[in-house]
Write a protein that binds this ligand. Structure first.
Ligand code: SF4
Ligand code: SF4
Length: 443
């Protein structure tokens, strides 16, 4: 496989907000902060109703190794601790804080003392940083490799290949120094000799700015990558930057790579300097139903409704809201849903753009296969899923699907290929669990 023939698609960029500096919204009257905004165990609540909290005060401590702490994003009083239905269908606890409008930092906010690898990893964990591009994997777990000689390179993901979203773009321009400081931390405490900041070549301003800012650091290379979706997908990025192919079921570190989102790096650097953990998120607000598209820096827990209102409100009747980009984002039914750590965009569309498409019969053109970056066969997966054939799904390697949507984007018959792949993965997981349970029961 050469760089020239890696699959993917060219999507409309619609980076309408790339040239606008992100704007900070004022604190809303209340915030609703979910205690599960990351991959892994939810955080355990450590505050009670009636407690007064400051900005950056711990409200949820990590529930396990793969977990992340959660902090108050406004100062005020804890009003409620309630169960909350999240947009992916799971339920978690959420802490509702009534803001006093002061945004007073908590007494506990102070720069961490970092003296060695262990204290650095502790600081990464305490920062509350997770994959802020949307993956939400806790960064401390990713960097906690114990034997740092396993890291051949760290790739800083500034690809931001989805349509509309420009929040990482703004990080690279508005927080350049944080990105540079973050690279310094990785070099100092992990002993990394090679850091590649990978950026799609449709962001020449970011490439130029970061090349200039890192020109005296021989460990850092700013690499312009061809603009092709899903360039920012972890496996795709590792391949494009290093030529290494990640085997099925393996982690990036198994091939010597660590991938970190560029905004995660900037937030981590700011935490190490100031002690203020992750309490706000830069969110791209755009789409055909948004009056004034912009990047909004919102306190975590602010409702999508308030963020949209800050962006000038709706220009017409909204028909569909998507959290994330048009390719991998998830439709959301509740305007009052809170901004979480992984919310990179709130896209709202008018009736014309939200109209559902009607699938027709597959014409066997092979386009979905040709454009799949993982070289899967979505048509065969669809057929195996219809027959509920677990072994065929396994052979077709459905587990490798990164749910990028290239197949569906390219399908002239509008087949719901990604949805079927998601269902197939979950069917195979359930099937394997059932087989395991039967085996353990001696059936
Ligand atoms: S099969 Fe999966 S990985 Fe391949 S294009 Fe479709 S969604 Fe992307
Ligand atoms: S792209 Fe659509 S029509 Fe073409 S082979 Fe794939 S599923 Fe069939």
């Amino acid at each position: 496989m050469s760089l020239k023939n890696l699959n993917g698609v060219h999507i409309p960029h619609r980076k309408n907000t790339a040239g606008m500096q992100a704007v900070k919204m004022p604190p809303p009257a209340t915030v609703t902060i979910p205690l599960s905004m990351h991959i892994g165990k939810p955080a355990n609540c450590v505050v009670a109703v009636g407690d007064h909290v400051g900005v950056g005060q711990l409200i949820g401590e990590p529930g396990g190794f793969v977990s992340s702490p959660v902090y108050a994003s406004v100062s005020g009083t804890v009003k409620k601790i309630v169960p909350m239905l999240q947009f992916m269908g799971a339920t978690c606890q959420a802490v509702v804080i009534e803001s006093d409008g002061q945004m007073t930092p908590a007494d506990t906010v102070k720069a961490p003392e970092i003296t060695d690898y262990d204290s650095f990893i502790r600081a990464v964990r305490d920062s509350g940083v997770v994959g802020l591009g949307g993956a939400t994997f806790p960064t401390a777990v990713k960097l906690d490799v114990k034997d740092t000689s396993r890291i051949q390179e760290i790739i800083i993901n500034g690809a931001e290949c989805e349509g509309y979203i420009t929040s990482d773009h703004r990080t690279m321009l508005d927080r350049t120094q944080d990105v540079v400081e973050g690279c310094g931390l990785l070099e100092k405490w992990l002993g990394v000799k090679k850091i590649v900041i990978a950026i799609e070549d449709n962001k020449p301003d970011c490439i130029a700015r970061l090349r200039e800012a890192t020109r005296d650091d021989s460990c850092v290379e700013v690499r312009a990558l061809p603009c092709m979706y899903p360039q920012g997908g972890e496996k795709v990025l590792i391949y494009h930057v290093t030529g290494k192919v990640m085997p099925e079921g393996k982690l990036p570190i198994d091939v010597g790579s660590v991938v970190m989102n560029v905004t995660s790096l900037a937030v981590l650097a700011a935490y190490c300097r100031t002690g203020m953990p992750l309490v706000e998120k830069c969110v791209t607000v755009d789409g055909s139903a948004i009056r004034e598209p912009k990047n909004v820096i919102a306190p975590i827990g602010a409702s999508c409704r308030e963020v949209v209102e800050f962006a000038g409100g709706f220009s017409c009747e909204p028909k569909k809201m998507v959290l994330g980009g048009p390719m991998m984002g998830v439709a959301q039914y509740d305007l009052d849903a809170p901004v979480a750590k992984g919310t990179s965009a709130i896209l709202v569309f008018n009736e014309k753009d939200a109209r559902p498409v009607k699938p027709t019969a597959c014409i066997r053109c092979g386009g979905c296969v040709d454009h799949c970056p993982m070289r899967l066969m979505p048509t065969e997966i669809e057929r195996a899923y219809e027959k509920k054939d677990a072994e065929a799904l396994r052979e077709l390697k459905v587990g490798l699907c990164i749910e990028c949507g290239c197949c569906a984007f390219h399908c002239p018959a509008n087949r719901p290929l990604v949805q079927v792949n998601k269902l197939s993965k979950s069917f195979l997981r359930d099937y394997d669990n059932q087989m395991k349970a039967q085996k353990e029961a001696g059936k």
